[in-house]
Design a protein around this ligand. Structure first.
Ligand SMILES: [Zn+2]
Length: 269
């Protein structure tokens, strides 16, 4: 009986020691788990919020790699891609590229438009027709000034402008052959039928068509490609009449993120 009694405190002492050890172990494990969760959260936050625009600038891979957005991928260099970037640094490849299918859209056309320029890439026809029809429903009358321009047409236009105005002046607004977005068939110059004097002029921005397009074009997948005050980025002065099809998803994202140029959105120059 005494033996049992005398053993008890020893048992208790051992139990307390074990309990204290377990307590320390639990605290250590919990602390480690907490640290692990923190690291996991930090990792997830970094990788899910890292925007495309944080790609390194001037990185050649940025333009050569296909761009992805919400699981959709398009090339930035293939001239048949709706996300292709064509500017003074990035000509079409090949220079004499021709869209595989050209169509005359069912929209009003500028009276003296050439047979070549009244065409656009078939890819943009439904969106263009839808946009012009929607504007008309709201009393805004838009016509097509110029759609597709072939390499040869751009060459003759460019040469003509250089001869009459000098190269420096021309390079402000006209592209060299092989460097024009119009050659992709994805770009259009639009006019206001009620204000032909503002065709291809800065004042197009203040016409009904210019205002309507600036506010609504993105809903149809078009962006104002050469915004005001972006000449250092796009290479061109303000062209309120020049719209480029990039698809509704990208146009909406650019609007949402308030990024107005393809160069800035994809971080290429
Ligand atoms: Zn244009």
């Amino acid at each position: 009986m005494l033996d049992t009694m005398s053993e008890k405190p020893i048992m208790l002492h051992n139990d307390t020691k074990l309990q204290s050890l377990m307590k320390h172990l639990r605290i250590t494990v919990l602390a480690l788990l907490f640290l692990l969760v923190l690291m996991l959260l930090a990792y997830l936050k970094f990788y899910t919020t890292k925007p495309t625009s944080q790609l390194p600038k001037n990185n050649a891979a940025a333009i050569n790699a296909p761009a992805s957005n919400r699981g959709i991928t398009y090339s930035l260099t293939n001239p048949s891609s709706i996300w292709v970037i064509v500017n003074k640094q990035h000509p079409l490849n090949p220079l004499t590229y021709t869209p595989s299918q050209l169509t005359v859209p069912n929209v009003p056309l500028r009276s003296n438009i050439t047979a070549i320029e009244k065409q656009v890439s078939s890819v943009i026809v439904p969106a263009l027709e839808d946009m012009v029809a929607s504007a008309k429903q709201q009393g805004v009358l838009i016509n097509l000034q110029s759609g597709y321009r072939s390499y040869e047409l751009q060459q003759s236009l460019y040469n003509y402008y250089v001869q009459t105005q000098g190269q420096t002046q021309v390079d402000m607004y006209s592209a060299k052959p092989g460097y024009s977005e119009h050659q992709t068939g994805l770009a259009v110059d639009l006019g206001d039928i009620n204000n032909p004097s503002c065709d291809l002029q800065d004042c197009f921005a203040s016409t009904a068509a210019g205002k309507w397009l600036a506010a609504n074009a993105y809903k149809f997948g078009f962006i104002l490609r050469y915004p005001d005050n972006k000449q250092n980025i796009t290479g061109y002065g303000y062209e309120p009449w020049h719209f480029r099809y990039v698809g509704v998803m990208l146009a909406e994202q650019m609007k949402e993120k308030n990024i107005s140029t393809l160069e800035e959105y994809f971080n290429v120059q």
